[in-house]
Design a protein around this ligand. Sequence first.
Ligand code: AMP
Length: 285
Amino acid sequence: MTTVVRKPAGFRQACDDARAGSRTVGLVPTMGALHEGHFSLIEEAKKRTDFVAVTIFVNPLQFGPGEDLDRYPRTLESDLAGCRERDVDVVFAPAPDSMYPAQFQTQVSIGELTKPLEGECRPAHFDGVTTVVAKLFNLAGPCTAMFGRKDYQQWKILSRMAHDLDMPIGVVGCPIVREPDGLALSSRNRYLSASERKRALGIVCGLRRAHDAWCEGEHSPDTLRSLAAEPVQSDFDRVDYVAAVDPDTLVKPAGPSSRVLIAVAAHLGTTRLIDNVVLGEDPRP
Ligand code: AMP
């Protein structure tokens, strides 16, 4: 049976009760509009833990001015149906004012890892993410938390945060789930028109070109970056970045290395898509 709780105290109680009954807790934080990417995190949580908690909260703190907070899809009833189908134990779906009451004034801010890539394009974004996830970690208590590597930088930052702040949380990064043609699943894909949906494959094409070149022995970050960038630049309306960086530090490697993260963010009309591949580690997208 899936229990739905709306208040932070109810969520804390549900997780405490599970542990009191000797069950391990698996946490899957989301903003809802659930798709197979989210469901893969739920399946991973079910494999690793005894009690699966999904949170659904469109976190206003992580949206900048002019971003898509107001139009972000909110599909709670079908999300709950998806969670019930998969036997999720508890869904925490708070209202914004129960997460951020009027006097709220605290921010969790992480250092260097938040500066490049998404941090350059969305200045307050990661402070919003780390603040809300710190709250969710504190409410859930000791647990294993699943994050998608689709948001690669976010996963790295949250692992760092849990470690640096001695939080009793294991942070797990799960593989990217893709459509059959390679496009990474995203709640934002539903905004794409038919022609934008076709052009969205420019990202996959770029990542595959870099992956293929890597497999043929090309390990220069600059060359890999250019190979990935070409189709993105020709198919997308605006490119925020195409980067080739060290997968752990997220800064440019000095020279050829054994693993390289190719990360992309680009716009089609009013929709912003991100994707990535770790060369030397991930399969071909
Ligand atoms: P969101 O609801 O977009 O904030 O995403 C919630 C979680 O699902 C994050 O950890 C995302 O990285 C993860 N996620 C989103 N899309 C995918 C995907 N295509 N494959 C794997 N994980 C994903």
